[in-house]
Design a protein around this ligand. Sequence first.
Ligand SMILES: C[S@@+](CC[C@H](N)C(=O)[O-])C[C@H]1O[C@@H](n2cnc3c(N)ncnc32)[C@H](O)[C@@H]1O
Length: 240
Amino acid sequence: MHRWPVTCSTTPVAPACSDADVTDEVSATDPEVEDPVREVGVGPHPTPWPDDARLDPDLLANGDRRNVADRYRYWTNEAIVADLDRRRHTFHVAIENWQHDLNIGNVVRTANAFNAAAVHIVGKRRWNRRGAMVTDRYLHVDHHEDVASLSEFATSERLEMIAIDVVPGAGPIETVSLPERALFVFGQEGPGLSPEALDAASMVCSIAQYGSTRSINVAVAAGIAMHTWIRQHADAPPAG
Ligand SMILES: C[S@@+](CC[C@H](N)C(=O)[O-])C[C@H]1O[C@@H](n2cnc3c(N)ncnc32)[C@H](O)[C@@H]1O
């Protein structure tokens, strides 16, 4: 089993985000001031190129500017998906999409980061891909007409459906034991989860809040739920 390191490094490391994700203000003494438009990723690969079928000749020739982990530099998209498929986690994520929720892209991006088995869109098929930052290329996004179809899928895959929402009777996700084969279902901004989704779930969990607002953004809630599963079930992530 690949164990988590016990301590955190105190050595400063390069930021894990790409420039495409973050806009930082730079000071006059910052070396980046000379060249504020830094390119993300890597340039053309020196020749001779490695003999590896996973590598994309076009990326080797022109450079790889995608927002991918270093271990995937120059790999074809298909090779990356195949590698992720070999070690996908056993949790799925579903989000209801009755009103074209703009947060779905962000949920997809986080599901990719935590290597979810798949994301399921319930309701309208079309969803706004903007927040996904093209991460939907690297994971499986399925569509279900309604909650009944999602529920059938969960039964056929032996997944326990867990509704995540702020509703009376919900258990605190902070202390609950999440099942290894889990399907988290999230509701929409505004209405929250549909009664059908709440009925279909075997467990309902909420995230503790301490401020004045009733709820948090659904993509944030999805990130917290996924990471709670990771803390309970996942091994340390691959290096690089
Ligand atoms: C903005 S909330 C919907 C409103 C919420 N049903 C209410 O009563 O105010 C949208 C979705 O985000 C998720 N969510 C937001 N805050 C949450 C919390 N504290 N605990 C669990 N889920 C939450 C749920 O999936 C919810 O359906």
